[in-house]
Write a protein that binds this ligand. Structure first.
Ligand code: S3P
Length: 450
């Protein structure tokens, strides 16, 4: 788990080091890796997952599935393409009572999705996490899962540590998502797996659909209807029987984001990022950067693990500030810190709105990025639901730091990229959180500048 002892902090100054050229491959998708482990753990028999992200968040999910009876182990050494894992599942309805608290580390996705799984099993689980996760709101999953019959005792403010007593049998519900959240949607769908009858989600604003795709792939009866206004009605029939699978996890577009932005910003760059997932519910950043003038080409489009994938060829580009359409926010919700860095070097003003959700991520990403970019010499103003950034028109940022990353991996990586596009470098106060989602980030970066 991410160490939270401040005396162990690992600071680093990231400096300009010439163009980014060549070819890299980013690790497996975090969202898909969590779901692959969870569904494999619920399918009776042996599933094989290749390209699994071996970041701390996903390892927290693996440990929790083991604590509830599944076997999940890496086979062989992990390599450039990630880990090859074997999972022996217990079957829907057969998760075992964990003997100790489930330590979720920094991972909101592990927490909220596993709360869904536990909610419809006759077991009780205690969820704990690090200082960042223990501040994040859980009421959004407590609400629907309570309607299904689960019982919660949370810490003040509906946060972790939290005790959850599952319902048996749980009650199927029809639930309209009050926030655009794939985690809430997925928690209810996963609870629906072991709930007799049909559980229905009404999703007015589409969010990442990996759960739906993968549940269908594992053989669950799941249907999606789309209304004339775009609202999605997702139905799952419990008590489902899942069939074990062999699957390959595509590269994570949210990890690729840092290298895409770096290659656009650093003069002379021409970088290929291989095997990037391009599911339309995740690809908002690429569309926005293209709108700003970014040269990003898709090479060799194909399908990997039921998801669209391509290699991205990214060339240094002169970017222009824009008003970002708030409707794209769900399809790039984790990429705003990287976009803010791109905006800081664009020509003119970039305005973002509708981003209230960024305040409840691993850190308050609006406040933390406003402070961090200002410390690096960018011109930023913070509003309630977004940032306004006046770009340099391509000139490097002055640089500065140390930047407080607040246990947030994406703040650390975004400001590392800002350092590559700065005159004096940017010092990040702690690089340890990067291991939650992208343990090879620094070695890939260092490898490019040799
Ligand atoms: C995720 C959903 C998003 C995203 C998170 C991963 C998922 O969270 O920010 O990193 O895997 O379902 P929300 O559901 O809170 O938007």
């Amino acid at each position: 788990m991410t160490a939270t002892d401040p005396s162990q902090m690992r600071p680093r100054r990231f400096t300009a080091d010439g163009p980014l050229r060549g070819r890299i491959r980013v690790p497996g998708d975090k969202s898909i890796s969590h779901r692959a482990l969870m569904l494999s753990a619920l399918a009776v028999g042996e599933s094989r997952i290749s390209g699994l992200l071996e970041g701390e968040d996903v390892l927290a999910t693996a440990a929790a599935m083991r604590a509830m009876g599944a076997q999940a182990e890496r086979i062989g050494a992990s390599n450039d393409s990630g880990g090859e894992w074997l999972v022996y599942g217990v079957g829907v309805g057969s998760l075992l009572q964990p003997q100790a608290a489930l330590d979720m580390g920094n991972s909101g996705t592990s927490t909220r999705l596993l709360m869904g799984l536990v909610a419809s099993h006759p077991i009780t689980a205690m969820f704990t996490g690090d200082a960042s996760l223990s501040k994040r709101p859980m009421q959004r999953v407590i609400d629907p899962l309570s309607l299904m019959g689960a019982d919660f005792t949370a810490s003040p403010g509906s946060t972790l540590p939290l005790m959850l007593r599952g319902a048996s049998p749980a009650v199927p519900i029809t639930y309209r998502l009050p926030v655009a959240s794939a985690q809430v949607k997925s928690a209810v769908l996963l609870a629906g797996l072991n709930t007799p009858g049909i559980t229905t989600i009404i999703e007015p604003v589409p969010t990442r659909d990996h759960s739906e795709r993968m549940l269908q792939g594992f053989g669950a009866e799941l249907t999606i209807d789309i209304n004339a206004d775009g609202t999605r009605i997702i139905r799952i029939r419990g008590e489902a029987e899942l069939r074990p699978q062999r699957m390959e996890v595509p590269g994570d577009p949210s990890s690729a984001a840092f290298f895409i932005v770096a290659a656009l910003l650093v003069p002379g760059s021409e970088l290929t990022i291989a095997n990037v997932g391009l599911n339309s519910t995740r690809a908002g950043l690429i569309a926005v950067l293209r709108q700003m003038g970014g040269d990003i080409a898709e090479v060799n489009p194909r399908q990997v693990g039921g998801e669209p994938v391509a290699d991205l060829l990214v060339r240094h580009s002169a970017l222009t500030g824009i008003a970002v359409d708030p409707a794209v926010a769900p399809s790039m919700i984790d990429e705003f810190p990287a976009l803010f860095v791109a905006a800081a070097l664009a020509k003119g003003r970039t305005v973002t709105t509708g981003l209230d959700e960024l305040r409840v991520k691993e850190s308050d990403r609006l406040a933390v990025m406003a402070t961090a970019l200002t410390a690096a010499g960018a011109r930023v103003s913070e509003q309630e639901d977004g940032l306004t950034i006046e770009g340099t028109g391509g000139d490097p940022l002055p640089g500065g730091g140390p930047i407080a990353t607040h246990l947030d991996h994406r703040i650390a990586m975004s400001m590392a990229i800002a350092g590559l596009a700065s005159r004096n470098g940017v010092e990040v106060d702690d690089t340890r959180p990067i291991a939650t989602s992208f343990p090879t980030f620094e070695s890939l970066l260092d490898g490019l500048s040799q």
